[in-house]
Design a protein around this ligand. Structure first.
Ligand SMILES: Nc1ncnc2c1ncn2[C@@H]1O[C@H](COP(=O)(O)OP(=O)(O)OP(=O)(O)O)[C@@H](O)[C@H]1O
Ligand SMILES: [Mg+2]
Length: 312
């Protein structure tokens, strides 16, 4: 059935809503066992792509293969392989947590004899065992999210799709959920959409940057960060900035993105070893030195926010 190690293959996917083109000839492969992140501004097409992969929405053009099945031909097989946590999970408010999971377990055909232990295991995993007999409408946002995650995993799917799993959660709950996702890595193929760059950096094997329905760039978090900013951002405070000609720095070693902020000089270096050369060159004019690893947020801002179509 499966022709390669790709679990999901997105081929030339296009989706329009009236005049809005949500996805434009999108191509993307997700490998078996990989945790792939999609980041991108509001309206980039992340949720649309996810909904098509999950067979909730039909594309206008293109195809998606999930585990070798085509979305247009085998939606039932695909749905049974996927656990989907939507952006805004719609839980049945009057159900008790346990009963909700039982209902969905039966719906997904979890064998009767396994269902109770599966529910117990999931409630334990998401830290909700003590609230099993409480109704959903008594839960806070974070507690609902935990139950929604348990619901997505009830049928032990091979593929898990998280659409902004930690949106609006307090930092401790968000960290719990990130740790939980990290614990699923390797066993499962995971697609994660997020606006939290540190979350993408921490969890993802590869990250795709989506903008206006197209992929602008893709790679491991490390690849993306070093491609844009070199390996290190150096910040030097100077006693007398007027003594420095920026063009002379470029003769010392490979530097990029040189920028001034008052008496602070910023630059990207491709190697830590170049710090010493720059400091030696600036000599007694140096007042302070700070280094910073580039973050995915720097990548996002440089790749997406500076595009003319995204400047309002
Ligand atoms: N059902 C719909 N009807 C009309 N337009 C839609 C519909 N769903 C999505 N769109 C439009 O398609 C584009 C992509 O939306 P989508 O929800 O995929 O973005 P997103 O990347 O998930 O954004 P966000 O980060 O805000 O969740 C947007 O312009 C959106 O308004
Ligand atoms: Mg979305």
């Amino acid at each position: 059935m499966r022709s390669s190690t790709n679990m999901i293959e997105i081929k030339s996917l296009t989706k329009r809503f009236g005049k809005i083109v949500a996805l434009q000839q999108l191509n993307l492969d997700i490998k078996k066992g990989e945790l792939l992140g999609i980041i991108g501004p509001n309206g980039a097409g992340k949720t649309t792509a996810i909904r098509i992969i999950s067979c909730i929405l039909h594309p206008d053009e293109g195809d998606v293969l999930v585990g070798g099945y085509h979305i247009g031909q085998n939606p039932l097989e695909i749905k049974s392989m996927i656990g989907y946590l939507p952006e805004e999970p719609n839980l049945y408010e009057r159900f008790k947590a346990y009963d909700l999971l039982k209902y969905f377990g039966e719906l997904y055909g979890v064998p009767k004899e396994d269902l109770d232990s599966r529910i117990e295991e999931l409630l334990e995993l998401v830290g909700m065992k003590h609230r099993a007999q409480h109704r959903i409408n008594t839960f806070s946002k974070g507690l609902r999210q935990r139950i929604a995650i348990a619901r997505a995993l009830i049928h032990d799917p091979e593929i898990i799709i998280f659409d902004e799993p930690t949106m609006g959660l307090d930092p401790a709950t968000a960290m719990n959920i990130r740790e939980f996702i990290a614990g699923l890595k390797g066993d499962k193929t995971i697609l994660l959409c997020t606006h939290y760059m540190d979350e993408a950096d921490l969890l993802c094997d590869r990250v795709a940057i989506l903008n206006q329905g197209q992929i602008l760039d893709m790679g491991t978090p490390h690849e993306l960060k070093s491609k844009i900013h070199g390996d290190i951002i150096l910040n030097i405070g100077l006693k007398d900035p007027s003594l420095i000609e920026i063009s002379t720095l470029e003769q010392v070693c490979p530097v990029e993105n040189i920028a001034w902020q008052k008496d602070q000089l910023y630059m990207s270096l491709s190697s830590r070893e170049d710090i010493a050369s720059i400091v030696e060159f600036l000599g007694s004019n140096v007042q302070s030195i700070h280094t910073k690893e580039p973050t995915l947020e720097d990548v996002f801002i440089q790749t997406v926010s500076n595009l003319p179509e995204n400047i309002e």
